[in-house]
Write a protein that binds this ligand. Structure first.
Ligand code: 6PG
Length: 235
């Protein structure tokens, strides 16, 4: 039994708008404190509405100071309907006029190991300029699968045991199977993590994780020097 995680939970009445506002609060604080906001976007379907609200609410945000990474990506072309980049581009980047240079895209169209190494190198180059052992996100957004996966860290996967690399290729049961994912060491180097869950069917998994039960992959998200917040909608 793992000790219950030190995290907090927020039940949101208007999921997309409330989550967007909380993310933008983090952005404004990080920019005020350090001049930039480094955020890892979550994939899947849940976040699209939140990203659209971020674009709607933050016309005044200095987006040129925001650096976007992706917690995971499917090994597909950026134009593919299954691409997390495509979802973020349509719901946020285009709407907010975010420049390409502010988006670290995982090149899912490359062979997986090549895409992972390239992404890892991109993050490491930036981290070393800031004397960071690993790239430090101000905020990592994560979804939750009904099997307790997060990013593309699936139950039973060797990816769960990676303690050195920051980005690796992996195979998952959720289509499309071939993916690139950030690892626990990289995610747990973040200052803050928001889980975004807007499906009551996932509540038993959340309860397990908060109680330290059943060893779900998402339960291993425990930032060394950061905080986890569960943003929960009721659909
Ligand atoms: C992905 C995601 C994955 C997702 C969860 C929840 O690329 O599929 O990173 O971890 O966040 O599976 O997905 P939904 O938001 O679609 O329920």
């Amino acid at each position: 039994m793992i000790a219950p995680s030190a995290s907090d939970t927020r039940i949101l009445s208007d999921f997309a708008s409330d989550a967007a506002r909380l993310i933008l609060e983090q952005a404004r604080a990080a920019i005020a404190e350090r001049g930039t906001f480094r955020i890892a976007l979550a994939g899947g379907e849940t976040p699209a509405g939140i990203y659209a609200k971020m674009a709607e609410f933050a016309a005044d945000l200095p987006w040129q100071r925001v650096q976007f990474t992706f917690g995971d990506e499917r090994c597909v072309a950026p134009s593919d309907a299954q691409s997390n980049f495509r979802m973020a581009k349509q719901s946020l980047f285009h709407r907010a006029g975010i420049a390409e240079g502010n988006v670290f895209r995982v090149r899912g169209e490359l062979p997986p190991e090549e895409a992972a190494l390239e992404y890892e190198g991109k993050l490491a180059a930036f981290a070393s300029r800031l004397n960071e052992a690993r790239y430090v996100h101000d905020l990592v957004l994560l979804g939750l699968g009904p099997d307790g996966h997060t990013a593309s860290l699936f139950p039973g996967s060797p990816a769960l045991d990676e303690v050195e690399r920051n980005v690796i290729p992996t195979i998952g049961p959720k289509p499309p199977p071939q993916r690139i994912t950030m690892t626990f060491p990289l995610i747990n180097a973040a200052r803050r993590v928001f889980f975004l869950v807007n499906d009551p069917a996932k509540q038993p998994v959340i309860d397990d994780i908060l109680a330290g039960r059943n060893g779900h992959p998402a339960g291993k998200i425990r930032p060394d020097h950061g905080q986890v917040t569960w943003l929960i909608g009721r659909k």
